[in-house]
Design a protein. Structure first.
Length: 347
């Protein structure tokens, strides 16, 4: 039983504000935690469907990108290989059209908000409501063009890339403006994976020239209303954190260990919460493993990153969907995170 009287929501918002929480918050990507505890849940306008969600025949997003999912993708949706719809970014006007969706004033926003809150099954007294920004500028460009063409376009035709990205932002902005007022989220979530495991996909110059202004536009409604922002960016993306913190980002996940996490914590102390800081290492003996070594790896990570606050813990194992061994490892990791973080700062 926790000594703290704070709710998971209050404890998480405390660390996001740069304060020392009562216990180490647990970052669960908005999913139920080990004991059902969830510091935050995703709540937002689900008026476009879920691009890339697994289905038998795939799914097409509002920009015309077809997503597929199968065992090889671990049933996660990805743009259909070799079926990219934009080859030459300078001709994007001929390919990318404004989506034929309801206009912002044609939506019953109160009804939509109630529907989405019910769908999320969120208890707002216990979990913070996190509203997702629906556009990932880098990933959407890559989804339209593929990695090879998309990266070449960013290097060779930056002005056309800016035009295309801003065209998509122009479409989304009225919806984002309306949603933050109707849904009244505790936080806003922006996702865009601009880095691989060891290095960014793009240079800092390209990031600052093309993407920082795009993120600034997308995040302006949150910043204008004083809503804290959380960033999802996988891989070694630490090069981009200075700019993202300036844009209002107060928490970042999954904060993978390829980044210099202790240096980042010190540099942005009181300004940025690092969420995650754990990468599961597959043992050489897999599928055999040592449970005590697993639990100790979790304790070691928490003891390394928790001092001084600015940290939310997460430990999980990635593997084949439905693998019972992976499921058991995750149960061990997540139970250790839960029990070891209790009252960490008020012992």
């Amino acid at each position: 039983m926790s000594k703290s009287k704070l709710t998971p929501k209050e404890n998480y918002l405390k660390v996001v504000r740069g304060e020392i929480p009562d216990w180490v918050p647990i970052h669960t990507m908005g999913l139920p935690g080990y004991n059902g505890e969830t510091a935050w849940k995703m709540v937002g306008p689900n008026i476009w469907g879920t691009p890339g969600a697994p289905s038998k025949d795939g799914r097409t997003d509002i920009w015309g990108v077809h997503y597929v999912a199968n065992e090889e993708t671990n049933y996660g949706g990805i743009p259909e290989p070799n079926n990219f719809i934009l080859e030459d970014v300078t001709k994007w006007h001929e390919v990318v059209k404004a989506p034929e969706t309801p206009a912002v004033d044609e939506i019953d926003w109160d009804a939509q908000m109630k529907k989405d809150y019910e769908f999320s099954n969120i208890d707002t007294t216990q979990s913070a409501a996190m509203m997702n920004i629906p556009l990932m500028p880098f990933q959407q460009l890559i989804a339209l063009m593929g990695f090879n063409n998309g990266l070449c376009a960013l290097l060779e035709e930056p002005e056309s890339c800016k035009e295309l990205i801003n065209f998509m932002i122009d479409y989304y902005m009225p919806f984002i403006e309306k949603a933050v007022d109707v849904y009244k989220p505790d936080m806003v979530y922006i996702l865009d994976d601009t880095a691989a495991k060891l290095n960014p996909f793009i240079s800092l110059d390209i990031f600052q020239d093309i993407f920082v202004p795009a993120y600034a536009r997308l995040l302006k409604p949150a910043n204008d209303r004083g809503i804290p922002i959380q960033l999802h960016n996988c891989g070694r993306c630490e090069d981009f954190l200075d700019d993202m913190v300036k844009l209002g980002v107060r928490a970042w996940d999954p904060a993978q260990t390829a980044n210099n996490l202790l240096s980042i914590k010190e540099k942005f102390k009181g300004k940025l919460t690092v969420c995650g800081c754990y990468d599961w290492k597959v043992p050489l003996t897999w599928p055999e493993y040592n449970e005590e070594e697993l639990r100790q790896s979790v304790r070691d990570a928490i003891d390394k990153y928790a001092p001084g606050g600015g940290y939310a813990a997460r430990a999980n194992a990635l593997g084949k969907f439905g693998d019972p061994d992976i499921a058991k490892v995750n149960e061990i990791l997540q139970s250790e995170v839960y029990y070891y973080t209790r009252d960490y700062y008020i012992k």
